[in-house]
Design a protein around this ligand. Structure first.
Ligand code: HEC
Length: 146
């Protein structure tokens, strides 16, 4: 085989592998946030370093019902979603996020907690260390805007 056709074959199989196994994100229907969060939610904290142990950068987004209450200075209604995408390397928060940490409001200053990996797989739901650390932020358990 000539070098040029070897190269073409190599490129074709790379493309095929990318299509098959790609860097694709597959949204889990049990995730607390919607797949098209970046068009449906409002950003309330733009890209900055995170204080989470994993490090990197983060943004904070909030769903429409939560955003309405947030801007009115009212408690967030049940079901409100706070989504914090995190980036391990990117300091401009421009690639696909490496991790999604999520809080979903339930009655009485209580939350469900979740982490979702970069490919959309749910890693943890209601892990104990989430609420215990957030309790140090104040009664609402919210750290960005107590
Ligand atoms: C060691 C302390 C600590 C732990 C553990 C922790 N958080 Fe946080 N969290 C913070 C701080 C501080 C912020 C403020 C933003 C930042 O620095 O990332 C925050 C912000 C958030 C936000 C944005 C809304 C808000 O409250 O400001 C979400 C969502 C969130 N964390 C989810 C989680 C989840 C889910 C877990 C458990 C898997 C978790 N956190 C564990 C300290 C912590």
């Amino acid at each position: 085989m000539r070098l040029s056709s070897l190269r073409a074959t190599g490129l074709a199989s790379t493309l095929a592998l990318t299509v098959l196994f790609g860097c694709g994100y597959r949204h889990d229907s049990n995730a607390f946030f919607v797949e098209n969060w970046s068009s449906e939610y409002e950003i309330v904290n733009s890209c900055e370093p995170t204080n989470h142990p994993r490090g990197g950068h983060m943004e904070v987004w909030i769903d429409p019902s939560g955003f309405a209450a947030f801007t009115a200075g009212e408690p967030l209604p049940d079901g409100s979603v706070l989504l914090k995408p995190q980036w391990d390397e990117s300091s401009s928060c421009s690639d696909d996020p490496d991790l999604y940490t999520v809080m979903r409001a339930k009655t009485g200053n209580a939350w469900d907690w979740q982490t979702v990996g970069r490919k959309g797989d749910i890693e943890e739901t209601n892990a104990g260390d989430c609420s215990s650390c957030h309790a140090t932020c104040g009664e609402s358990l919210m750290c960005t805007f107590p």
